[in-house]
Design a protein around this ligand. Structure first.
Ligand code: MG
Ligand code: MG
Ligand code: MG
Length: 306
């Protein structure tokens, strides 16, 4: 029976490349493993896979009676709907521990670093398996993406060290330039439907019984949103109603100015204002220095919603 390896719903580059890297590692160790994905890939991931000549993992959303290995998440809200019928044999992740549980012992590689692929590089070293050049390049890009080219507060010394090691395997000298090129691809919003932008890097959370959705768009210049910001606000309000959510936030993150404009549609505006010590004006507020949803937004919101 093959082992299926996949990342969270609405996959990002880290979760896709992590699944590919883990599948490569497991196969090298003699365990038949297949990388799959739970949803469409985003333009940044497409750029990375094309650049390094890697296949897009197959779409698979049902895993009843399968053995699975999870990359980049451990939350039920981000898992396939029938995850309860699968056997989770391992998790590699760098988020807060989620609410998935297992009925059998599992392998767990969860560490507070900037990217899942950082941990996977350590797994390759631990098992003494060589990383192919193209896979190393993609893993390096995943780290640059998740750490916002080392600017995110989630970035650790280990992430920068491992990026350099992967760059050397991939024979890429100017990895920061490649990182910026990648973020420029990520910044393209022209002609993209508003809902697609809201959902591009969207994560659902259950915060003490309240359903919360948080999307994030990381760009090199926030002015690209000038013409569509009102539409984005209207759309997160619509999304909140459609899905019966309590709160939807959309972070418009400027990776050069290093901060995020937060668009808000919520039943708890006052709680949010208090939590961040900000005033919501015209459905939005600015958070200086905020680049990370997992480290600077979720940990502020979750206790406030208790
Ligand atoms: Mg991710
Ligand atoms: Mg990640
Ligand atoms: Mg991210």
């Amino acid at each position: 029976m093959a082992l299926y390896i996949f990342g969270h719903k609405i996959p990002d580059s880290d979760s896709i490349v992590a699944a590919l890297a883990m599948a490569y590692l497991k196969n090298a160790l003699g365990i038949e493993a297949i990388a799959v994905r739970q949803g469409d890939i985003n333009p940044e991931t497409k750029f990375i896979l094309e650049k390094f000549d890697l296949e897009i993992p197959e779409l698979k959303t049902s895993f009843a009676n399968n053995e699975v290995y999870l990359t980049d998440f451990s939350d039920i809200a981000q898992a396939p709907d029938d995850i309860g019928k699968a056997t989770i044999i391992g998790i590699v992740d760098h988020h807060k521990l989620g609410d998935l549980t297992t009925s059998t012992p599992l392998e767990c590689w969860i560490r507070p670093v900037g990217c899942t692929n950082t941990i996977i590089k350590e797994m390759f070293d631990y098992y003494e398996v060589e990383i192919p050049k193209n896979l190393a390049g993609a893993m390096m890009c995943a780290i640059l993406s998740d750490t916002v080219i080392f600017k995110s507060p989630t970035c650790t010394k280990l992430d920068t060290k491992i990026t350099k090691e992967l760059a050397s395997i991939a024979q890429i000298e100017d990895y920061k330039a490649l990182g910026l090129e990648m973020f420029k691809v990520k910044s393209a919003v022209d002609g993209t439907p508003v809902r697609e932008l809201v959902m591009r890097d969207y994560k659902p959370f259950d915060m003490n019984g309240l359903k919360v959705g948080i999307g994030q768009l990381e760009v090199v210049d926030l002015s690209i949103f000038d013409d569509i910001k009102d539409d984005l606000l209207i759309d997160i309000k619509a999304l909140k109603e459609e899905k019966g959510l309590d709160t939807v936030l959309l972070l418009l993150t400027d990776i050069i100015k290093m901060g995020s404009e937060v668009l808000v549609s919520s039943n708890q505006e006052e709680t949010i204002e208090k939590a961040f010590d900000k005033k919501i004006v015209d459905g939005k507020f600015w958070l200086d220095g905020c680049l990370s949803r997992k480290k600077q937004v979720v940990p502020v919101l979750e206790p406030a919603f208790a």
